[in-house]
Design a binder for this molecule. Sequence first.
Ligand SMILES: Cc1cc2nc3c(=O)[nH]c(=O)nc-3n(C[C@H](O)[C@H](O)[C@H](O)COP(=O)(O)OP(=O)(O)OC[C@H]3O[C@@H](n4cnc5c(N)ncnc54)[C@H](O)[C@@H]3O)c2cc1C
Length: 674
Amino acid sequence: MSKINGGDSVLPVLIVGAGPVGLVLSILLTKLGVKCAVLEKNKALSKHPQAHFINNRSMEVFRKINGLADEIMRSQPPVEFWRKFIYCTSLTGPILSSVDQMQPQDFDRIVSPVSVAHFSQYKLTRLLIKQLENIGFRIGSEELSPDVVRLEEHEVLMGHECTSINTNDHGVTVTASFFREGKYMEKDFRCDFLIGTDGAGSTVRKLMAIDMSGEKDLQKLISVHFMSQDLGQYLINERPGMLFFIFNTEAIGVLVAHDLKQGEFVLQVPFYPPQQKLEDFSFKMCERLIFKLVGRELADIDVMDVKPWVMHAEVAESFLSCNNRIILAGDAAHRFPPAGGFGMNTGIQDAHNLAWKLASVINGISPPSILSTYEMERSQIANFNTALSLQNFKAAMAVPAALGLDPAIANAVHKTINNTVGSILPSELQRAFLDGIFSIGRAQLSDSLLNENNPLGSRRLAKLRQIFEEGKSLQLQFPAEDLGFRYHKGALVSDGDSLSSAPETPTGRRRDYIPSTDPGSRLPHTNIRLLSKLSSRELFSTLDLVSSDNVEFLLVIAPIEESYVLARAAFKVAEELKVPLKVSVMWPEQTIEGIIRSETALSPWKNIVDAVEVKRSPSSPSWWDLCRMTDRGAILVRPDEHIAWRAKSGTMNDPISELKKIFHVVLGLQSSYT
Ligand SMILES: Cc1cc2nc3c(=O)[nH]c(=O)nc-3n(C[C@H](O)[C@H](O)[C@H](O)COP(=O)(O)OP(=O)(O)OC[C@H]3O[C@@H](n4cnc5c(N)ncnc54)[C@H](O)[C@@H]3O)c2cc1C
């Protein structure tokens, strides 16, 4: 294979993998002024819909990416079409249960300025590419001639697969292989930091010999992407929903309605290789399977793609390698069952955590050791979300188990066949054996058995009702984990109160988000108006006070003298450490008439925003009540909107030396607060 010398240019950041996580990271880094480029092995981006549930926190990240959240909200199907999970014996047959996954508070925007969304991953990827083009990225590969050896910043280089990595004290060299003019060629690219966002089978992770720990190979599935407007229209009229769990004597499957109006679906069916082969799922076979699950034929069915995949619940043992120069994010660092939609969302939040830390290293604000806090913070969340997704996946399995179709038993039978008769019986016989066992299993779903007059059937139906009544089936929404996840150790300084609250264990049930200012939590949202724009009556969120265009910290205080003293000290320390700082003064709504701008109190510093809180009603809590603090407190917020430190009272003996210690810990200049 011929190799082209990559030249002398060194990119600050090279990202391997143009999935949603790599693309979001490249946008966030570019906004923070970091030069980066992306290598993608495929020549075109995947059109398989895959993820579809975008959680609240990811939407908050997207809200700060130039209108992206608005565009998703405008383009997604109406919520009435996707708020339910439906359990039935066929799409045209009886409904066993229908579970609404949305609650009134999910729409009222009290805890967040934006809502969750249902939007296919490939459509999101398209919007991310559009965003990158708008900020000057070039996407492509074909037009480049083989002798173009430099990888420029602001480029997504398609058709280039990372195949090897070398590191030394000065940086990283990545070798990428590509196919051009009938042969494979290789090129070397140099960078200071390499980010592996190359998905669940990550080459970067394997090249760094990083193992995964957790539960492997939970279930093998076949994903069938198909279109049918006939089915979409029927479901809109009769039983709109997002997920359809279908159990009948002929077939079993989970149908994901990606877009009912467009008639776009993905069917997930269990897959048992080697007895079953991918070739068994020809487009024609898949059509027949879909008709069995629908309960009738569809005139306009169009199968687009059939893909096998394996479900794991694993987290990488390390997210960092080679002195923090090689970093994993997204599925490369963790892979969960897609139950509760945490996979892509956790990856997007990895990118959000990593972007400001990388930018502060590249801008000379922090040493590379700050990147260790990325692993501390994100591996804690990845482990928690793995456990939560696993619990939720097990809850999903409770329904077929109640119907006499325990998937754990099916998997055990399959394993037994593989381990025993697998070596002696010819494959056709093994397959017939497996089919026979599965059709006996599905016979549990026959009308003659599953009815109230049959003692076994009525017991099973009662068990099913109990699962739904107790809310023990698969859940979509986890507000306490979505908005309420909190870092316990990392780029933050805990206080006495927050130290006591150890990480909770997941319950697998929906729990409401409770606003918190414990260090490591996301800054609570409340509506505000800006004094400088008071006449426009425009509403902002407290989250908008945090800049996404530079590595800027935010100090939130009340307009009282002792807090101004603290703010002046913070400005002084930030100036010394060359870290941008903004101070936001929160004025209570009632004092709107008497506001005197904080400029004089904080002179000569200029980066000040006077904000006026806007309560939903006179009985709503004030900002400091919401934060469970008094107005003598102060909150220091990181560029990713997580709280770095708080003071319950603004009085400090020596604010300058206290704040120096705090900034030193948060910026990674010192490992602990002493
Ligand atoms: C059926 C299903 C439903 C799901 N539903 C949800 C959901 O509702 N919500 C949710 O949050 N998550 C969901 N997920 C999970 C979600 O799809 C993944 O978490 C997400 O794709 C991870 O994004 P990523 O960017 O980390 O990796 P990927 O999307 O896998 O992207 C990795 C990219 O890297 C490229 N690449 C790989 N190797 C190399 C290499 N050596 N060199 C260069 N490029 C390389 C790949 O071609 C790919 O483009 C679901 C997953 C499945 C299977």
